[in-house]
Design a binder for this molecule. Structure first.
Ligand code: AMP
Ligand code: MG
Length: 493
């Protein structure tokens, strides 16, 4: 069976362009998704469909299931698997879309362009030893957490649909096969540049760089050195992104260079998770034995990845490679300051500091140190502080916290803004709910083991408005019950 290229009904709203498929042949392989036995829609993101200019009523259907399973190609799609490389835990490897297919770019009625990509759609020339498939649990997990990040106003790839395939996938046990439809500003990664740079053809590298500038940073095209400007723009976006992760206790978990998107979106929801009790050394990924991608190491790792990106650009940045290296080193050395700028701005907002004082950094650090020492819940501590009075939680009853609270109150009094302005700022920067691991697991267990989607749907509803207090009795704000085993996450399953 091959996908039938039926001319879909125009009312579905597909409007594909395929600019990536017009780049040099070496950048991808052309192939269709491998059709599956019995496509069934499990979850469909109506709001996102609408934003993309798609017709939800037309796609939330059997027709939609066939499309999101890869059995029927939407009109205008030119499917490809993208080639890329990457440093995985510091080691360079040739990778590529081993289980993903890019259908093309949907152009919205507003003229925006988004990649439409399947994950789990069968083998490709880049599959190596993999089966090209994905299991239902991890695809629903990506759906939940990516949509949670989006609602927290953090740039991210998004999730349009999850289908089951009616075919088994074999991991440690037999699982239900599944395909996620991922939406992204693009899938150009640091690893894409590494792949092209490793081919050693300067014209290909320039083509990719020009394409990236056109697609994500069109204003830089006229710069006197657009490739150096590209490096600077990517550094800024990543510094801002990682700062935003830290603000909500998010741990990406596998910040390999192939999982860093140049458009500045969070990408690859394998082993990611939100931290409960504040500890900068928190690691959830079962394979991250040395804590390379721990919560507090994410800025350093971003800088390391950006240095790998800068290396690929050297031939374009200056005719004299020594000059190019000096420029790149300077740009990368500026990352900590750029990051610190975003981080401090974000933390000030979390504490309702509406102007800047020199000692703000110390005030913030002392709070975090105290939270670490007392094992305070990251999300709830900040949300509790948003109430304005000394919170009832037990950590706040300790002498060091009480003293800190007085310092903070004194600091707030030194700014001209009203209590209401402070409260408003804090309530919109400190979420009441995050995608807590135990709640995500509970939703996945219901969906996967009992085909009960109601738990996930309720969770998705709450996570879509994270700055609103959900009903107290539903307990979405509660940290997990104490457990003997630490929470563990897994890559690429
Ligand atoms: P990730 O851990 O998701 O960043 O994936 C790393 C690489 O492994 C990418 O090239 C993926 O396409 C590939 N990969 C992950 N799972 C599979 C699979 N089941 N079959 C084929 N390739 C895979
Ligand atoms: Mg990846």
């Amino acid at each position: 069976m091959t996908p039938s290229n039926t001319q879909n009904r125009p009312e579905a709203g597909w409007k594909f362009d395929n600019t990536y498929a017009r780049l040099p042949e070496a950048f991808y392989a052309r192939l269709n998704p491998v059709p599956v036995r019995e496509p069934k829609l499990v979850v469909f993101n109506e709001a996102l469909a609408q934003a993309l200019g798609l017709n939800p009523a037309d796609l939330n259907s059997e027709e939609g299931a066939a499309i999101f399973a890869g059995n029927r190609l939407p009109e205008g799609a030119e499917p490809i698997a993208q080639a890329y490389a990457g440093h995985q835990f510091g080691y360079f490897t040739m990778l590529g879309d081993g289980r993903a297919i890019l259908l093309g770019e949907q152009v919205t009625p507003q003229g925006e362009r988004f990649d439409i990509q399947f994950k789990g759609s069968g083998k490709t020339p880049f599959s190596r030893n993999g089966d090209g498939r994905a299991a239902l649990g991890p695809m629903l997990r990506e759906y939940i957490i990516s949509e949670a990040l989006h609602a927290l106003d953090i740039p991210t790839t998004r999730s349009l649909a999850v289908v089951t395939t009616g075919e088994p996938v074999f991991r440690e046990t037999t699982l239900q096969g599944s395909i996620l439809t991922r939406i992204a500003a693009s899938h150009i990664r640091v690893g894409t540049f590494q792949y092209v740079a490793a081919r050693g053809k300067p014209d290909e590298l320039q083509t990719l760089a020009d394409y990236t500038i056109q697609r994500h940073f069109p204003d830089l095209a006229g710069d006197e050195n657009p490739y150096f400007a590209l490096l600077g723009a990517v550094i800024k976006l990543q510094a801002s992104l990682v700062a935003r992760w830290l603000m909500v206790g998010f741990i990406h978990g596998v910040m390999n260079t192939d999982n860093m998107a140049l458009g500045g979106e969070t990408i690859d929801y394998g082993p990611c998770a939100f931290m409960d009790a504040y500890d900068p050394n928190t690691v959830f990924s079962s394979i991250d034995h040395n804590g390379r991608y721990a919560y507090g190491r994410q800025p350093q790792i971003a800088q390391w990845n950006l240095a790998r990106f800068a290396e690929t650009l050297l031939p374009l940045m200056h005719a004299n490679q020594q000059e190019a290296l000096t420029m790149a080193n300077q740009a990368i050395a500026g990352f900590p300051d750029t990051f610190q700028h975003y981080w401090l701005a974000g933390m000030r907002a979390k504490l309702g500091l509406l102007n800047a004082e020199d000692d703000d950094g110390t005030l913030i650090k002392d709070l975090l140190d105290g939270m670490h020492k007392h094992g305070a819940d990251f999300t709830n501590t900040f949300r509790d502080l948003s109430s304005g009075s000394l919170p009832e939680a037990s950590v706040f009853q300790t002498p060091d916290f009480k003293q800190w609270f007085e310092r903070w109150q004194a600091r707030l009094k030194r700014q001209p803004d009203s209590k209401e302005a402070v409260r408003q700022c804090m309530k919109t920067h400190n979420p009441a709910v995050i995608a807590r691991n135990h709640r995500v697991e509970e939703a996945l267990a219901a969906a996967v083991e009992r085909a009960d989607l109601t738990v996930m749907e309720e969770l998705l509803g709450v996570l879509s408005q994270p700055f609103q207090d959900p009903p107290e009795e539903a307990g979405y704000h509660l940290p997990p019950p104490p457990s003997a085993e630490p929470y563990r996450t897994f890559c690429g399953t």
